[in-house]
Design a protein around this ligand. Sequence first.
Ligand code: ATP
Ligand code: MG
Ligand code: MG
Length: 351
Amino acid sequence: GSTIGILGGGQLGRMLSVAAARLGYRTHIYEPGANPPAGHVAAAVTTAPYEDEAALTRFAGAVDVITYEFENVPTSALDLLEAHRPIRPGREALRISQDRLTEKQFLRDLGLATAPFAPVGTAAELDSAIAATGTPAILKTRRFGYDGKGQVRIDAPAVAGAALDDMAGAPAILEGFVDFSHEISVIAARGLSGDVACFDPGENVHEGGILRTTTVPARLGPAQRTDAVLLAASVLNRLDYVGVMGVELFVTPQGLVVNEIAPRVHNSGHWTQNGCAVDQFEQHIRAIAGLPLGDGKRHCDVVMENLIGDDINRLPALLQEPQCALHLYGKAEVKPGRKMGHVNRVQPAQK
Ligand code: ATP
Ligand code: MG
Ligand code: MG
């Protein structure tokens, strides 16, 4: 059997490793932090910084293909790895999604609707950006943001200065506020041969910037559902993408607006573990290993709930619930905002 190298050892790497093992592959995790969740289930773990060229070279030599569960791998590490082994999904998808500005420009160039946006480095640029978008608006760091971190809402031009201070000098982007009715995401996969398979769109609810629940089916009409899936497929095609991607969308009366794309398996796709014969993790492994994709068909309705921080104390009650599948990440330390696991509550498909 061959070995799949995974950059990043969090819960996504853990669940990818489980899926890979089911398909007869070994996984080798590369993770700078100690005791990563994926380390408990992977066949091998390298603990080293992304700057350690010798460790990266040994890792590449020990694996057949490289994927990632973490988008912010330094370019220098990717350059080195790519000289030895294929990286799937490819570098272009990573480059574009690492920076909210290049991401938004890419989506707009594809003809997709996005929030109005402008890059912001200075107070003068922020003033003119606000003049263009109006308020409310959201100022976001261009790089390294997740779970709503590095974002501040601007409700009136008067508080712009304070918002810019919050960016602490990091390059930023201002986005006009999208007046959406709800949020959905499409988890889409593209195989090595170019075939595309999408899972049913899920409806996402965030709390404090962190995904709380994903519900399938999402509230969408047939035309909106088709729009969502075609839109996601066009993003994957344009990138010559191989693997699973999460595409986050706002539903508005004017149509679907793309929020962001994530070039990896996605938290809002965890429902597929109990709603589909082939889940997003197996789908990703199939794609990067060059196997045919599963079709993504949903066999039941699912509500996925993240267990964040102290939610994990509800474990005894969750264990008593019928039709509630548990997925725990094996993290020893509970911290506020830390994703400890999730549950999928299933019921027969309503339609
Ligand atoms: P993730 O953890 O999904 O990567 P993130 O930190 O990259 O999150 P975003 O997805 O950009 O952040 O924003 C988090 C949430 O904030 C969105 O899901 C949405 O609810 C809200 N939001 C972000 N941008 C906008 C916008 N332009 N208009 C309205 N709401 C927005
Ligand atoms: Mg994001
Ligand atoms: Mg998001």
